[in-house]
Write a protein that binds this ligand. Structure first.
Ligand code: SF4
Length: 125
């Protein structure tokens, strides 16, 4: 039987803003809907990322989001935020800000629940 609610789904597919070399997943969301199901709910989660999402450390993950992922998302969503003009996060207070929920997944309590699939090319931002 197919489950329709994201939290009770059998499988959930997502990407990640950055994956550190030690396997930590760093994400920034507007409403938290994407990361919510990464954190809890679906029996199995597949995180599919390109090589461009792999970073050395948490600091590099944060930098990647601030200088690549978040500005690009703001451009895609046609937001009126400073990073659209500068390409760099200034931790704005704009009403158009999309950066709200910052999450770092260091470990899963349920063994093998999250599987990270790294594709050998650049994918997304
Ligand atoms: S906090 Fe503001 S400036 Fe920084 S990336 Fe998010 S929307 Fe852009």
């Amino acid at each position: 039987m197919v489950k329709l609610c994201k939290f009770s789904a059998d499988c959930y597919f997502s990407s990640s803003n950055a994956v550190t070399l030690d396997g930590h997943l760093y994400n920034v969301d507007h409403f938290g809907n994407r990361v919510a199901a990464l954190l809890y709910g679906p029996d199995k989660v597949f995180v599919i990322v390109g090589l461009n999402k792999i970073v050395s450390s948490l600091n590099d993950a944060i930098s990647r989001v601030r200088s690549v992922a978040a500005p690009a998302n703001n451009v895609r969503l046609n937001r009126d935020t400073p990073c659209v003009k500068t390409g760099e996060c200034v931790d704005c207070r704009s009403s158009d800000r999309i950066c709200s929920e910052y999450t770092l997944i260091k470990r899963q309590g349920v063994k093998d629940r999250i599987e990270v699939i790294i594709l050998p090319f650049s994918l997304g931002y």
